[in-house]
Write a protein that binds this ligand. Structure first.
Ligand SMILES: NC(=O)c1ccc[n+]([C@@H]2O[C@H](COP(=O)([O-])OP(=O)(O)OC[C@H]3O[C@@H](n4cnc5c(N)ncnc54)[C@H](O)[C@@H]3O)[C@@H](O)[C@H]2O)c1
Ligand SMILES: CC(C)[C@H](C(=O)O)[C@@H](O)C(=O)O
Length: 753
């Protein structure tokens, strides 16, 4: 039994983020970094203070963030927020040596293009081709050399020992029917603060495929290779008569490797020799213990006769390719695990007497249809939703939204929702002395989505030492939720009469406020009254925006505008006639939209005049209203006047633009979903709060976080139908209580599902 070659040195483990030189020990690296940066190379990204050791910086950063800072997986750098950390990892470490290569060999020396977007632009502008992430279009070249530090030593060695350059070009993949995201079960969650162009690859989501229990294990994998390669796949290959072959977690990604061990060859050549010769790939001793996936397309295109007889054939290979594709694209771990139909499908394919390309296509079809049936029965996706009822009317409105979600889960066997409630806000101060207890924060970080009621109230008013609102700001910041999406429209036209503005002015109003949520005055430096001996009579806040903060929220607004057909107009709101931060805002919005989204129309308004327009002529602002944190808070509450009540409007807070649920590459994303209103202490406890804003937030959650368009639309339709009957809560001039509205919506919903 061959073993994986061991890493020749540990030096892969400590690359310098500045010059990329690798050092064998962390201490050496710290000393080395000082040659670039001086005596205190570890600089806090919040206050710029320098430290000699990264551990000292970590302890220091804890004081700013109240939480563990985010440590780079590959070097000793630490960051106060996760998005900077993942951007650093992506740009400095992960992309090193990786890139996209143009399929046209003549093209500009066929250079390596580092970023997917640049590559897509290149394909489009130079070759008139659209980039898709299907493997036929997957030109990713290169390998990530260092494994995350959280991996075990043996695993890290095994990663380091994998071939450095592998290439995926799979001409036979076009025989594979393209699965749609609706057919597949997405379970790869994009981190909250992932850069918007980051593709999460299952390489980092071990185990990518768990085949445990699917086959009888004929032969144990060798201890030398089990550190990295998944023994679970071995039985699968054993079932094909091919002993001791491992489908590694890596091979679940498009640039993975398949590592079969040699079987007695009939031709007299070793298995690898056969493959090499057939694929005309020069012998490379480093490949002796693994067949990198560069060989896979070659194997796939080879007639069976060239392969060790009966052991390895095109249909089987095509199944692996399909698995790779599926896992890479949709994260099918849950779909595959525990199924017993997959082995059946595979054994049928093995017995198939055919061996031509048509069999590949056929196998792929069978494979996908098996997966399809499994995805709706054996292994339905299970989403974890953290519910934060909060204070005041929060629990009252949340209980109705939870009923709605439970109705969806009960009526749709293919959807499984796990809801769990956690303390947050004023009630958490009372119980734990902290509005965001660590257990709540952790649950939120791990959740697939968060549904929130509202927090705050006079009990923990503005003079209180610990305020619930601070917990909400900390949660938004910790999750990197910089994009707050607040649609303001009529959930039903029957609400036109509820508006205090004349119906002819508000009919057809449809605006989406996109509010920057973790910057500006809310998060700038401030001084409380009495906090400074030098300025005993002064308090101040600062509005700070950086170019990148404005760029990213502008891109979210643009993507949301582009998702509509025709695209929506963008109205950027600022106070550029007075504020420096607003002048930066206006400049960056203009540049970003002009350079990156030339097809979109946009204009600028001063916030004072925009506030006037929202009540005087709101249709003028139809489309996307793009604005900074404080202006967005105020304008979105003001926009609720249009449909008649603060209780009607939902919101989503995300770490980027949401994917379109119908997109084949839909990316699930977490986020906080909450009505835009507060805890309404004046009506709390009376059972009269309007739950519609919260129920519509639950619809946004299903759509944006899970791509479940059908149930999301069903909730919106149920709300409209109930409103159409004329039943109203007190805020809209009616008599119905929160629970009655909930009953009616649930009843309508059952009829729609
Ligand atoms: N995201 C949040 O949790 C959030 C948002 C805003 C305010 N707050 C907090 O809420 C507390 C109260 O703030 P406020 O009174 O200024 O604003 P509020 O939004 O709680 O209430 C404003 C008015 O709207 C009414 N209202 C709000 N929601 C309603 C609903 N669903 N049905 C019927 N009527 C509704 C209230 O009765 C009140 O008259 C404060 O502590 C504030 O910080 C929290
Ligand atoms: C409670 C408060 C911190 C919050 C905000 O200002 O963002 C609220 O007004 C909101 O709109 O969600």
């Amino acid at each position: 039994m061959p073993t994986q070659p061991r890493s020749t040195s540990k030096s892969e483990r400590w690359p310098c983020h500045i010059c990329l030189k690798t050092l064998s020990r962390k201490g050496d690296l710290e000393r080395h970094i000082r040659t670039h940066t001086g005596e205190k190379p570890f600089v806090c990204d919040v206050c710029d203070k320098g430290f000699a050791q990264s551990s000292a910086l970590k302890t220091h950063m804890n004081c700013h963030t109240g939480a563990k800072p985010h440590a780079c997986q590959h070097c000793p750098r630490v960051f106060s927020d996760r998005s900077s950390c993942s951007r650093h990892e992506l740009e400095v470490h992960r992309m090193d040596g990786c890139g996209y290569q143009c399929p046209d060999k003549e093209c500009k020396g066929n250079q390596l293009i580092k970023r997917k977007k640049t590559f897509a632009d290149h394909l489009h502008s130079k070759h008139g081709r659209k980039y898709t992430s299907q493997p036929i279009e997957n030109f990713l070249v290169g390998e990530i050399k260092s494994a995350p530090r959280r991996y075990s030593t043996s695993r890290r060695r095994a990663v380091a020992a994998t071939p450095n350059i592998v290439k995926v070009e799979a001409p036979t993949f076009d025989l594979v029917p393209t699965p749609s995201s609706a057919d597949m079960v997405p379970n790869l969650r994009i981190p909250y603060d992932a850069p918007s162009d980051l593709t999460v690859e299952p390489y980092f989501h071990e185990p990518a495929i768990d085949f445990s229990g699917l086959f009888t294990l004929d032969d144990e994998p060798s201890p030398g290779s089990s550190g990295f390669y998944s023994s679970d796949a071995s039985p699968m290959l054993s079932a094909t008569g091919f002993n001791n072959a491992y489908l590694s977690p890596m091979s679940a990604s498009p640039y993975g490797s398949l590592s079969p061990s040699p079987a007695p060859p009939e031709s007299g050549l070793s298995f690898y020799e056969e493959i090499r010769q057939a694929a005309l790939i020069p012998h490379d001793p480093s490949y002796d213990h693994g067949v990198p996936s560069a060989f896979v397309p070659a194997m796939m295109s080879m007639p069976n006769a060239l392969l060790p007889s009966g052991y390895f054939n095109a249909p089987i290979q095509s199944i692996f390719s399909c698995i790779n594709l599926s896992v890479a694209k949709f994260g099918l771990r849950r779909t595959l695990a525990g199924s017993d139909s997959v082995p059946e499908a595979i054994s049928q394919l093995i017995k198939s007497p055919k061996s031509t390309e048509s069999v590949c296509a056929e196998s792929a079809e069978q494979y996908f249809s098996t997966l399809h049936s499994l995805s709706s029965t054996a292994t339905m996706p299970s989403y974890r939703i953290v519910v934060l009822p909060g204070d005041g009317i929060g629990p009252e409105v949340i209980s109705q939204a939870v009923r709605v979600l439970e109705t969806i889960a009960t009526s749709s066997p293919e959807i499984s929702l796990q809801l769990e409630s956690h303390d947050f806000g004023g009630c958490a101060i009372d119980k734990h002395g902290d509005p965001l207890p660590p257990s709540t924060l952790q649950a939120c970080q791990e959740a697939d989505a968060i549904l929130m009621g509202s927090i705050g109230g006079p009990k923990w008013g503005v003079d209180a030492k610990i305020r619930p609102e601070a917990g909400l700001l900390k949660l938004r910041k910790a999750l990197g939720l910089y994009a707050n999406i607040r649609p303001a429209n009529f959930a039903s036209d029957s609400l036109l009469d509820a508006s205090p503005i004349k119906p002819e002015l508000v009919k057809g109003v449809d605006m989406i406020v996109i509010r920057e949520l973790i910057g500006g005055l809310y998060f700038g430096a401030r001084q409380e009254l009495g906090a400074s001996a030098e300025q005993p009579d002064t308090a101040w806040d600062t509005m700070i925006y950086s170019i990148s903060e404005v760029q990213r929220i502008t891109r979210v607004a643009a993507r949301i505008a582009l998702a509509a057909n025709p695209p929506l107009e963008i109205h950027s709101i600022d106070k550029a006639n007075v504020l420096a931060a607003s002048r930066l805002w206006r400049k960056v919005v203009t540049e970003t939209l002009t350079n990156e989204f030339p097809q979109l129309k946009f204009d600028h308004h001063l916030v004072d005049s925009a506030a006037m327009l929202i009540v005087a002529n709101p249709r003028k602002l139809n489309g996307v209203i793009l604005t900074e944190n404080l202006f967005g808070d105020i304008l979105s509450d003001q926009s609720s006047v249009i449909p008649g009540s603060l209780g009607l409007l939902p919101s989503a807070s995300l770490a980027g633009a949401p994917s379109a649920p119908s997109a084949p590459d839909f990316k699930p994303t977490s986020g906080i979903y909450e009505p835009i209103h507060g805890s309404a202490p004046d009506i709390a406890g009376q059972g009269i709060a309007n739950p519609i804003g919260t129920i519509l937030s639950a619809a946004m959650l299903l759509r944006y976080s899970f791509g479940l368009e059908k149930p999301a639309k069903a909730i919106e339709d149920a709300v409209r139908k109930v409103l159409d009957t004329g039943v109203r809560t007190k805020d809209l001039g009616g008599q119905a209580g929160s629970e009655e509205i909930g009953d009616l919506i649930v009843k309508e919903l059952k009829g729609l599902l």
